[in-house]
Write a protein that binds this ligand. Structure first.
Ligand SMILES: Nc1ncnc2c1ncn2[C@@H]1O[C@H](COP(=O)(O)OP(=O)(O)OP(=O)(O)O)[C@@H](O)[C@H]1O
Length: 979
């Protein structure tokens, strides 16, 4: 046996061990217990509290100092900020110091806003930790209980089980576990660690009997005594790990960054082009340069990216409130484009509240959900199943299946207390989702009895005898058929069926070491059927998912008939479904699987292995789908990582699954996935809305310059450079932020999913922003300018410079132009709130933040127009009520014009807009019955080509052809023109 080096031994003292001086974890257990002043019964609660005061909470504190100075500095060094700085320098040297100061103000203001938005975004993501509190199981005062991982202290006895994250450094006391050390070593192959002392030279991480904080248990069960917590753990010591990693950039942000740079280039082009035009129109070189710079500054969309980040973060926060914690900002946008959800059944579609309702023995079926005087064979069945459990109902700990079995045994008065059961246990082969069996060896009446429970067909495959009315006999083929029939009858009622078998070992024989030796020659005792009701909210969520063009496949470890019954109850597979068992799937080639998935049928993959999930995710992604996949076990981790959105269960799932997932459901509920898709779609829509808004103001800013340049001196400049900057400085940002929080547009979930890879900035948006909203605004502001001049007695060609009679009128006219732009942007903000719907349908005043933003814009505008001190800076002048009256209708005109345009668009494309919302018409039903993608079916009826369906919806080419030809056929049958 290894001994610890005496030099490192601490003297036991009366006070708890000091937090900074941890004992050598490798010293013999007895010494370790002495040094940590603990025992195998764990600490007393009060002692644990005391130690918590000494050691502090078991958390890692971020090192590396404050990061905000660097983050703030970054706001000044990104390419767009540098471009603006260059413009400021140019302005300064070209003799326009006021312009230079104004540009610096733009840079400062933008940096401050961007910084504030990014800090907010980061906080939103960090706050998510609060939604996922980590738990640890400990033994305190000899009793097993769950505590918050932060409350672990040295001396605690930790119980580590498969799937759990290890939250402190610990020395194994009993049992053995497989651990994934990749968080510490980067090596992802699990290693075995056990309490058996083995001498290993080398680093602490190689020690066979130590566990480390931050690693995960991927198999087995063990108890270990905590030797170090918080920053004293190995994880805490690796300083680099405690520094937060940089937030990765989302595809959306990358796309927008690229677009923003492109637009900045265009802005430079426009600015440069203005130089010769301005000179030709009679401007001095200095004036032409400053106008060129003004145009450049006005058109650089520097506020876009931080606004997007903040919008995604607010999506993250919103999702968390609805019970879905996402771990990456980019997940929000991916969620919005989800086309397929692969969900498991137990706990996600169902409540995971099991109740044993019926049992089957060779004597026949017997209901057990009512008080019954159970015959002896039923009592034996319940007792055998209860023996084969590890759950602890008294500690609220355990798999719901096992809790139901213990409850049944309790009701039939055959239960042994869990503590006694654990004392009698001689061996344990845990439930393995691959073979779907669990076996225990238990001491009973002087001998060891093997108890096996699991999927009935597996139990049957390992049994050769049957317990028939108290006596064993060989299992005949007829018996097997009868058992299979009984399973089918129970499963078709949506019940989860378990087979139970046993085998007493000859007296004195020790339990087998190997699982294969334990799980053979079993004697089947009977079947236990459990009801697990479907969650009431799931049916509504499935309907919503279907309307949104999302296909839902069930991928479950359970029996196909059980799964099909539950799926039927919640509405999955209404359009046709197929049950594919794990064995059938294994026999399927890749092409066959592709064809199956391309049909658009909702498939029930039953009795699947975790590896099957990976295969299904791969096949769907290869088809071009965006896949959300749920999972809860250790083995589900690869599939969770491979899917576009891995969804883990916050309540019932393992820590390993939670770590691999992109999204964790705090309520384990399928309906939350659909709610998350909805939130994702809304966030994405909102980003498009403020892009339209931010882009629109460029046109009314550029057009006045063009008019001036093209008029050859007959029309004076309608807008000064400083006025342009004032729009950038004060009036645009808040409404843009408010648009990012807009509520969902009606019909959001009636649209087919956004095709994968679709660009966030689309041509139609630019046409709307520049070609419509911008153009209308430009016409209005130019009209306002010319009207003000004319009413003041101006004629084309009249001089308006300083000292002339018309100068005051001219200054008022430019103020009207400027105020006109602000007014038009207010109209644009209202118009941009919906993409297609009428504003009335979402409530004209429903976005409070927008109203606040507009209030701020108006106050800012009033200051610039009416504070004399600012007149000199911005070249503005106080306006008369009559002049104000010119501008006052602008917001309504812009908004009204867009309202009309949207109404026209709605009318023109009314049918495909809500493709799946319409109740299935007979023709639809007929095609739907053939099992095709319902959205595709409807779009085909509205004239989409097979090619377009294939590319937009990811339907396979063959399926798309079939859908289109079917649509033609249906049209012909109804005497309609072909689509
Ligand atoms: N604790 C257990 N002991 C023995 N057998 C079990 C246990 N839990 C489940 N089984 C059997 O294994 C099958 C598969 O279980 P698994 O946990 O993989 O999936 P599931 O919970 O039924 O469904 P889902 O995959 O939808 O969550 C179950 O249908 C049941 O027959």
């Amino acid at each position: 046996m290894r001994t610890g080096s005496p030099g490192t031994l601490r003297q036991a003292t009366d006070r708890p061990p000091d937090g900074g001086d941890t004992p050598d974890p490798r010293e013999p257990v007895a010494l370790l217990f002495r040094d940590l002043r603990t025992s195998a019964r764990g600490l007393a609660d009060r002692e644990a509290d005391r130690r918590q005061a000494v050691y502090g909470p078991n958390t890692l504190t971020a090192r590396g100092g404050r990061r905000w100075p660097r983050e703030l500095a970054q706001q000044f060094t990104h390419p767009l900020a540098l471009l603006l700085a260059l413009a400021a320098a140019l302005a300064a040297v070209s003799g326009a110091p006021a312009l230079a100061v104004a540009i610096v103000a733009v840079i400062l203001l933008n940096a401050a806003l961007a910084f504030a938005q990014e800090q907010q975004a980061e906080k939103a993501v960090e706050a998510l930790a609060a939604f996922l509190p980590e738990q640890a199981t400990v033994i305190r005062d000899g009793v097993r209980r769950d505590v918050a991982a932060t409350s672990l202290v040295p001396g605690d006895v930790l119980v580590v089980e498969e799937g759990e994250r290890i939250s402190a450094d610990a020395r194994l006391l009993s049992g053995g576990v497989e651990v994934d050390l990749s968080a510490l070593t980067g090596e992802s192959v699990p290693v075995f660690r056990s309490a058996e002392p083995v001498d290993v030279e080398g680093s602490l991480l190689d020690a066979r009997d130590l566990l480390f904080s931050g690693t995960a248990c991927t198999g087995g069960q063990a108890q270990a005594v905590v030797t170090a917590t918080g920053m004293h753990t190995e994880l805490g010591r690796i300083a680099a790990l405690s520094q937060r990693t940089r937030r990765e950039e989302s595809p959306l942000e990358r796309q927008v960054k690229r677009a923003a740079r492109l637009i900045a280039l265009v802005a430079i082009g426009v600015g440069l082009a203005f130089l010769p035009i301005g000179l030709a129109a009679g401007l001095s070189l200095a004036a032409a340069v400053s106008f060129a710079i003004g145009l450049l500054v006005a058109n650089v969309p520097e506020g876009l990216l931080p606004t997007i980040t903040l919008s995604l973060a607010s999506g993250v926060r919103d999702l968390a409130r609805r019970g879905a914690v996402v771990k990456r900002l980019s997940a929000v946008e991916t969620l919005g484009s989800t086309t397929v959800v692969c969900t498991d059944k137990t706990g996600t579609l169902t409540e995971n509240r099991m109740l044993a309702t019926a049992v089957w023995t060779p004597g026949g079926e017997c209901a057990v959900d009512v008080p019954v005087a159970a015959p002896p064979e039923v009592r034996l069945l319940a007792a055998a199943a209860a023996a084969c459990t590890t759950a602890h109902p008294e500690a609220g700990h355990g798999d719901p299946t096992e809790l139901a079995l213990l409850d049944l045994a309790d009701r039939l008065a055959t239960a042994r207390p869990p503590a006694q059961r654990d004392l009698d246990r001689r061996a344990l082969f845990r439930f393995d989702p691959r073979i779907k069996l669990m076996t225990t060896a238990d001491f009973e009446d002087g001998t060891v009895v093997l108890h096996t429970k699991g999927a009935p067909e597996e139990v049957l495959a390992h049994a050769d005898r049957l317990l028939d009315r108290g006596s064993q006999r060989p299992l005949t083929p007829a018996d097997r058929t009868e058992v299979v029939r009984a399973v089918g009858t129970l499963a078709a009622r949506g019940l989860r069926v378990l087979g139970v078998a046993r085998r007493p070992l000859p007296p004195g024989q020790a339990p087998p070491d190997r699982r294969e030796d334990a799980e053979r020659n079993l004697c089947l005792v009977g079947l236990i059927a459990m009801a697990d009701p479907a969650r009431p909210e799931v049916a509504g969520a499935i309907t919503l998912a279907h309307r949104a063009g999302i296909t839902v496949h069930v991928v479950t470890g359970d029996n196909g008939l059980t799964a099909a019954a539950i799926a039927g109850q919640v509405g999955i597979g209404r359009r046709g479904s197929r049950i594919v068992t794990g064995t059938e799937l294994a026999a399927m080639g890749e092409r066959e699987l592709d064809t199956l998935l391309a049909r658009g049928e909702e498939v029930i993959f039953a009795r699947t292995s975790p590896e099957a999930k990976l295969r299904i995710a791969d096949a769907l992604r290869a088809e071009g789908h965006t896949v959300a996949m749920t999972g809860d076990g250790v083995n589900d981790a690869p599939a969770l990582r491979r899917a576009d959105i891995g969804v883990a269960m916050g309540r019932s799932g393992t820590d390993v699954a939670r770590e691999s997932a992109t999204m964790v459901l705090t309520d384990d509920n399928f309906a939350t996935i659909v709610a998350a898709v909805e939130a994702g779609r809304r966030t994405y829509d909102n980003i498009r809305k403020f892009i339209v808004y931010i882009f629109a103001h460029a046109v009314p800013e550029v057009v006045p310059f063009l008019v001036f340049a093209l008029a050859g001196g007959t029309i004076p400049l309608p807008l000064t450079v400083m006025q342009i900057l004032a729009v950038d400085l004060g009036t645009d940002t808040l409404p843009a932020l408010a648009l990012g929080r807009e509520r969902a547009e009606p019909g959001l979930m009636d649209r087919p999913p956004r095709p994968r890879g679709e660009k966030v900035i689309q041509r139609s948006m630019l046409v709307r922003a520049w070609g419509f909203l911008g153009l209308v605004s430009a016409c209005l502001v130019m009209g306002g300018f010319l009207l003000t001049l004319t009413l003041g007695g101006w004629h084309p060609g009249d001089p308006t410079g300083p000292g002339t009679a018309l100068h005051l009128t001219y200054r008022q006219a430019t103020t009207v132009t400027w105020l006109g732009i602000v007014a038009c942007q207010i109209g644009t903000a209202f118009a941009a709130r919906t993409e297609r719907a009428s504003l009335r349908s979402i409530g004209v005043l429903s976005n409070r933040q927008l109203l606040v933003g507009i209030g701020f814009s108006l106050a800012f505008a009033a200051t610039i127009v009416y504070v004399p001190l600012l007149h000199r800076v911005f070249g503005t002048e106080a306006l008369s009520p009559a002049q104000l009256a010119i501008v006052a209708p602008f917001p309504f005109v812009v908004w009204g014009a867009d309202e009309l345009r949207r109404a026209l668009v709605r009318r023109r494309t009314a049918a495909p807009a809500r493709p799946v919302a319409v109740a299935p018409a007979p023709a639809h039903a007929a095609v739907a019955a053939s099992g095709h993608h319902p959205v595709a079916v409807l779009l085909a009826r509205h004239g989409w080509s097979a090619h377009r369906l294939h590319h937009a919806l990811g339907v396979s080419e063959q399926a798309a052809e079939e859908i289109v030809s079917h649509a033609r056929q249906v049209a012909a049958e109804h005497g309609r023109p072909p689509p």
